[in-house]
Design a protein around this ligand. Structure first.
Ligand code: G6P
Ligand code: ZN
Length: 543
């Protein structure tokens, strides 16, 4: 088989963001674009000669062709073996599990997560290291450096590999193993959770609805929830993965998972509702007529995790990303657990998990997970919820109300301003930075500022420092504003404003979130001048 060495030049802008390199699909389809980035991954990690990799993704448009290119490039650079999910499918947590279980040298995940898919939508490529987690900043830095120096890439000339038939095949010298993308993951879930207890709950008439949003979790949820746990057939909706996710945003939030929300708002709503995103790492949890925020969800899971077999001896510690509400901190305080605050991005949990400092972690962006893999895990969160509901014999409503009674309620919302001109967004952050030192002690919208800073994180395990991770304004009495620019968008800047306040007054627990946060919301505009600078008087999204 002939190995071709193709001359190329660096392509501007191949800098991975919060979660891999994410661009418009058409950009990835441009000449050399994908090839340059893949070769830069190989170059950045010291080559793939003799290595074994995992490959799969969320099945979005262009994944099938990208997978063939990656296989040809792995073969050309001497990889020993690639383990591929059938049809090039693997959910992100399933890929993480395979990398760990098979002891491979890492893997490539083809996904732009919850972003829409299709020729005019988004595509993404992410490299995960042998621990199963997204490459850490240092590795990402080496890959980015390689994209700026690349002068050639290597690829074999060959026909497409059959990725539909399970079993072993070869491409030149390289072995390819096409595996069932679901089985190992489903087996892992069965080890972690009390499946018989969940099965009894479902047999007893407890009804669930899981919205796979036409994305990768469809086959996983069918196998686990319907086949192995006995949920009624049809409990999993939108279960067939489609290259364009049925034209929707495969993002499990109340706006995009509207089908689930309307099911859960109906008179005869199921007892439990959940959804996951494009690549299966995010989750949304609902009870009848009730949405559980991701920040509350991770707090509830941490409080009750010991009810699942894998966590029965308690947790080593917990962590949340900085903008995530501090509901988790309240649980950690009561249970005497360490609670780490990391920058946004799952990769920052990796060292804490590897070093055994934490067991459970989560982010406001609908991500929750544990040390079972090194990615957030949508179905894992759903199963832990079901395990807890089965073990306590309580409804989502009762569990949430009891949680607030025990730990207080953290009102929490995120306001997103999308497609802001980059120059305007950057100038806003410069102005904010310049102001930070003067804010403490001042009163804004009736609230007194206690502290203000720009968040920087020193990793307690390897000492690495991540700077400019968001601007925080803390108010007396527990209120907080965080300003951050999204690292996952593909167009302009997305300004994220995270707003939080806390109360232990049970008379306020039922209050509407936006109402409860009205003064903090007003203060956020006053401090940053959002309306004035962007010309927008309303966010595009209130999450
Ligand atoms: C991805 C990452 C998450 C992160 C989220 C939000 O989903 O995997 O870890 O929290 O993006 O990122 P953004 O930079 O858009 O706020
Ligand atoms: Zn995702």
């Amino acid at each position: 088989m002939e190995i071709l060495t193709i001359p190329t030049k660096p392509i501007e802008g191949q800098k991975p963001g919060t979660s891999g390199l994410r661009k418009k699909t058409r950009t990835f389809m441009e000449t050399h674009y994908l090839e340059n980035f893949i070769q830069s991954i190989w170059n950045g990690i010291g080559g793939v000669d003799g290595k074994t990799l995992v490959l799969g993704g969320d099945g979005r448009y262009f994944s099938d062709r990208a997978a063939q290119v990656i296989l040809r490039m792995a073969a050309a650079s001497g990889a020993a073996k690639v383990i591929v999910g059938q049809g090039a499918l693997l959910s992100t947590p399933a890929a993480s599990n395979l990398i760990r279980k098979r002891g491979t040298d890492g893997g490539i995940i083809l996904s732009a997560s919850h972003n829409p898919g299709g020729p005019d939508e988004d595509f993404g490529v992410k490299f995960n290291t042998p621990n199963g987690g997204p490459a850490a900043e240092t590795v990402v830095g080496r890959i980015f450096a390689a994209t700026k120096e690349i002068s050639e890439y290597r690829i074999v000339e060959a026909q497409d590999v059959d990725l539909e038939t399970l079993g072993e095949t070869t491409l030149g010298e390289m072995k390819i193993e096409v595996i069932d993308p679901v089985r190992d993951y489903a087996d892992l879930m069965e080890q972690i959770f009390d499946f018989p207890a969940i099965r009894r709950l479902l047999d007893g008439g407890f009804r669930i609805a899981f919205d796979a949003m036409h994305a990768v979790t469809g086959p996983y949820a069918r196998e686990i929830l319907e086949n192995r746990l006995g949920a009624k057939s049809g409990s999993v909706i939108n279960a067939r993965p489609k290259p364009d996710f049925g034209g929707g945003h495969p993002d499990p939030n109340p706006i995009w998972a509207e089908e689930l929300v309307s099911l859960m708002s109906a008179e005869d709503a199921p007892d439990f509702g959940a959804a996951s995103d494009g690549d299966g790492d995010r989750n949304m949890i609902m009870g009848p007529g009730r949405y559980v925020t991701p920040s509350d969800s991770v707090a509830v899971l941490a409080a009750h995790a010991h009810r699942a077999p894998a966590y029965e001896n308690g947790l080593k510690g917990v962590a949340r990303s900085m903008p995530t509400s501090r509901a988790l901190d309240a649980v950690a305080r009561k249970k005497g657990l360490d609670c780490f605050e990391t920058p946004t991005g799952w990769k920052f949990f990796g060292n804490l998990l590897d070093d055994g400092r934490i067991t459970i972690c989560g982010e406001e962006s609908a991500g929750t997970g544990s040390d079972h893999v090194r990615e957030k895990d949508g179905l894992w969160a759903v199963l832990l919820w079901l395990n807890i509901l089965a073990a306590t014999d309580k409804s989502v409503d009762v569990l949430m109300n009891e949680h607030w009674a025990d730990y207080g309620r953290n009102f929490y919302t995120r306001h997103d301003y999308e497609g802001v001109e980059t120059g305007i967004a950057d100038a806003m952050f410069d102005d904010l930075r310049a102001k930070l030192a003067d804010l403490p002690g001042t009163e804004i919208a009736g609230r007194r500022v206690e502290a203000a800073d720009e968040f920087a994180y020193t990793d307690p395990v390897d000492g690495s420092v991540a700077e400019h991770q968001g601007i925080r304004i803390l108010f007396e009495g527990g209120g907080r504003i965080v300003y951050r620019l999204s690292g996952t968008g593909t167009q302009g800047a997305t300004l994220r404003v995270y707003l939080e306040d806390e109360t232990e007054d049970s008379a306020r627990f039922g209050q509407d979130t936006q109402d409860a946060l009205a003064d903090i919301i007003a203060a956020a505009d006053e401090i940053a001048g959002i309306t004035e600078k962007t010309g927008r008087d309303e966010p595009d999204v209130r999450a």
